[in-house]
Design a protein around this ligand. Structure first.
Ligand SMILES: *Cc1c(COP(=O)(O)O)cnc(C)c1O
Length: 540
């Protein structure tokens, strides 16, 4: 394709994208395709000769689109949203045009500098204090935009592990120091071979890391356990209770730390949640901070992949323990690519001390050295992350935040939260349905519970315990909802002390009140069908 060919194809692609958005509502949310469907339409190897662009573009529309789940559909209420904005789309297009890996400042000075500035915009938007800014008085604050909460958690775990090992090495010095301390001469006969030295170092590290324990709760996203798995570290899921709305309490943390320390283990990282995936639970970050003040070696991280953007709303800050985060937490992350209007992928990680990342992750071979890097006058973002190359993600943040303004950003959150209230009030008015955890942000978790009749249906305190009958009814409800996946999409989960239940999350800028009411009608119809099928009828 030449430049003029791109001009023509590009205009056409934008036209089709606009048509797509006009047609979204009429499309099935989940496509009716079977596994393996695509191999019928796509040859099993690349064409020997290049093809005409028009055929390729048509095939995208005719072959690929029928197998797309429409996350931007107004009736998409599953998982968490994965917002798209036109501003973000344009940023991605510009990034594609200048494709570059931005690992060092000099790779593209604007890429590094815009990211540093956007991290400060994000920190200020969310109410973080000076400590987390690149301009912090300590000179250590700031952060980086990574691709996912998974990558963030792994990166934080590496930094926390290295900090812990460095602390531990004061009491358990590494073998080389040992040798010097014992008076072994350098280069003398007694010097061990590099292999032996490496083996001794690995042994020393292995002994220390085997003592480390990473904490989350039974409700922490699997990113916590996965980071531990990748790093070969222990992960301990602390218990949380329905009566605490699945929040980690200070007392539970205190007991766990005491137990582990008594056994000779070192809790080195807590992945706390501000908005869990199953129920939107908020760990008691204030109590956690109090307990952790006696254990400064414990790195405190907040995973707020979904809900973190809501810290931009001043009225949400107190319930989200922002003061505790500002006062005591080491790191915080949210996914702007969920509810924050920025296209996938965009996971800003804010840290109080960038040095913990760069000390753990800096490796500089000759070919990566630059004059600016050597002089220390620039930040080379490769040193704060796992990969070398990186996407220019800050451009979409800049486009979105400028075009929406903070007001427009907050309006989007408040509007979708009020749509969630609409669904919630439908649930509350229907006594045979029950809300099973306190609704938070734009999320409601519910189930059928005909037994809850009389307690007001949606009354969290009137909840009855898990039983087989309810489990069966709700799995049947889920089967009915699965049949309606072209009309609306939800996801199921299992909560301790409750069992099988259904999540409703609204976050698409396309969703209007009529969509939510229509979604409720489908849920109600499915519920009625299940109750009637079981000889129970919905109360009038
Ligand atoms: C979505 C989510 C994750 C995982 O996000 P990725 O960016 O896909 O890795 C982790 N934690 C929470 C609380 C989430 O909601």
């Amino acid at each position: 394709m030449d430049i003029e060919g791109f001009r023509k194809a590009g205009y056409q692609a934008v036209d089709r994208i606009c048509d797509y958005y006009y047609s979204l509502e009429k499309r099935p949310v989940l496509p009716p395709v079977q596994p393996g469907f695509l191999s019928k339409s796509i040859p099993d190897q690349a064409p020997e000769e290049g093809e005409e662009w028009v055929r390729i573009e048509d095939d995208y529309q005719n072959v690929i689109m029928p197998g797309i789940t429409h996350w931007q559909h107004p009736n998409f209420y599953a998982y968490f949203p994965c917002n798209a904005s036109f501003e973000g789309a344009l940023a991605d297009l510009h990034c594609a045009a200048i494709s570059n890996p931005g690992f060092n400042w000099s790779c593209s000075p604007s890429v590094t500098e815009l990211e540093i500035l956007m991290m400060d915009w994000i920190a200020k938007m969310l109410g973080f204090n000076d400590d987390f800014l690149s301009t912090s008085s300590s000179g250590k604050g700031g952060g980086i935009i990574l691709g996912s909460a998974s990558e963030v958690t792994l990166t934080v775990a590496i930094a926390a592990r290295e900090r812990a090992i460095s602390d531990l090495s004061r009491h358990f010095p590494p073998p080389n120091d040992d040798m010097r301390a014992n008076g072994h001469s350098q280069g003398g006969e007694e010097e061990r071979s590099p292999d032996q030295a490496n083996a001794r170092l690995a042994d020393w590290r292995g002994k220390l890391t085997s003592k480390l324990v990473m904490y989350g709760t039974t409700q922490t996203h699997s990113v916590g356990a996965k980071a531990a798995l990748i790093l070969g570290l222990n992960f301990r899921a602390l218990e949380v209770k329905a009566e605490d709305a699945y929040a980690l309490r200070g007392e539970t943390l205190k007991r766990a730390i005491e137990e582990d320390k008594a056994e000779g283990r070192l809790p080195f990282l807590l992945v706390a949640s501000l908005g869990t995936t199953s129920s939107g639970a908020v760990d008691n970050l204030t109590e956690i901070a109090q307990v952790a003040s006696l254990h400064p070696e414990l790195w405190l991280h907040v995973d707020s992949a979904y809900a973190g953007v809501a810290l931009s709303l001043p009225e949400e800050r107190e319930a989200s323990h922002l003061d505790a985060i500002n006062g005591s937490f080491d790191s915080f992350s949210t996914n702007l690519h969920k509810w924050g209007l920025v296209q996938f992928d965009c996971s800003p990680l804010l840290v109080r001390d960038r040095g913990n990342l760069s000390r753990a992750l800096t490796v500089t071979p000759e070919f990566l050295r630059t004059k600016e890097g050597d002089s220390g006058s620039v930040l080379d973002l490769r040193n704060l992350q796992i990969p070398l190359g990186r996407r220019f993600r800050s451009l979409k943040v800049w486009f979105v935040l400028r075009s929406y303004g903070l007001q427009g950003f907050r309006d989007h959150l408040r509007r979708t939260m009020s749509l969630s209230r609409v669904f919630e009030s439908c649930l509350i008015q229907e006594p045979d349905f029950e809300i099973v955890a306190p609704p938070r942000w734009a999320m409601v978790v519910f189930r059928l519970n005909p037994a809850s009749n009389g307690s007001g249906g949606g009354d969290v305190n009137g909840r009855s315990k898990t039983n087989e009958g309810l489990e069966k009814l709700n799995r049947e409800l889920w089967e009915e909802l699965e049949k309606r996946k072209s009309e609306l999409l939800l996801t199921q989960t299992v909560l301790p002390e409750v069992g099988f239940c259904i999540r409703f999350v609204v976050g698409s800028p396309q969703t209007r009140e009529n969509h939510v009411r229509q979604a409720w009608n489908v849920v109600y119809e499915c519920g009625r069908k299940v109750l009637e099928g079981n000889g129970l009828s919905l109360k009038p």
